[in-house]
Design a protein around this ligand. Structure first.
Ligand code: 6GU
Length: 229
């Protein structure tokens, strides 16, 4: 899979290349992460990428011509055609909520482009004419889409076959369908007793069937997303 991120801070995405576990996971999963700077492609002078909002108001807005030029130059296609060839997702607090389901959906794509915004946001024509859809990672506002893009990359990487050392870890992960959308059950490891804090007996019993049942119950107990649990 190839993920391209467009951002004002491409070096932030070295995050994925340096820590060994991430670099290894990306390599095993065949993930190629590229980061492009809007400034490298802006047709305006002095690296300008944003402008004051029409109608007035605070903050600056990313310009549609700048984003279009970046897409056109990187993909060698008219900017409006790029979204017919690959998924182009705008990261914005007003996008569709990013969930385990969306992560799985994106992980099935061969190619994905993420557009990060800073300032007040994107000129609406970017969302309407250059992107396929918009995604948000939560009901709060970040200074930019970069952290959200990293969240998306991390969650998508975990879904790629080969990314995790243990193939089952992603399947039984919290919020996945294998757990019926419930959070994951609690984990324990050695020591079995620490300061009188004991690991539940059942996990030491070797009764795999009963352990499975116990885990399912604990997972359900933790509640479903949105239940307040
Ligand atoms: Cl995708 N971007 C920004 N700027 N803020 C957010 C977000 C995205 N998701 C939640 N808050």
């Amino acid at each position: 899979m190839q993920i391209d991120v467009f951002t004002l801070f491409p070096e932030w995405f070295d995050w994925m290349r340096r820590p060994r576990h991430l670099a290894n996971a990306a390599e095993h999963a065949g993930l190629e992460l590229r980061a492009f700077s809007y400034r490298d492609y802006t047709p305006l002078s002095a690296g300008q990428v944003d402008d004051a909002p029409y109608g007035g108001g605070a903050g600056m807005v990313l310009r549609v011509d700048v984003i279009a030029e970046g897409l056109q130059r990187v993909y060698g296609l008219p900017a409006a055609d790029v979204r017919r060839r690959r998924r182009v997702v705008v990261l914005t607090p007003r996008g569709r909520m990013f969930t385990d389901r969306v992560a799985r959906e994106l992980a099935e794509l061969p190619e994905l482009t993420l557009l990060c915004g800073r300032y007040e946001g994107f000129d609406e024509r970017i969302v309407e004419h250059l992107a396929t859809d918009a995604v948000s990672i939560g009901r709060y506002v970040l200074a930019g889409g970069e952290l959200a893009a990293m969240v998306v990359c991390d969650a998508v990487l975990r879904k790629l076959p080969g990314a995790l050392g243990h193939a089952d870890s992603a399947i039984e992960e919290s919020f996945s369908e294998a757990l019926d959308g419930a959070p994951e059950y609690p984990h324990y490891t050695r020591p079995a007793s620490y300061r009188g804090w004991d690991v539940p007996e059942i996990l030491l019993s070797g009764h795999h069937e009963r352990i499975r049942e116990w885990r399912r119950e604990r997972s359900e107990e933790r509640g479903r997303p949105g239940s307040g649990g």
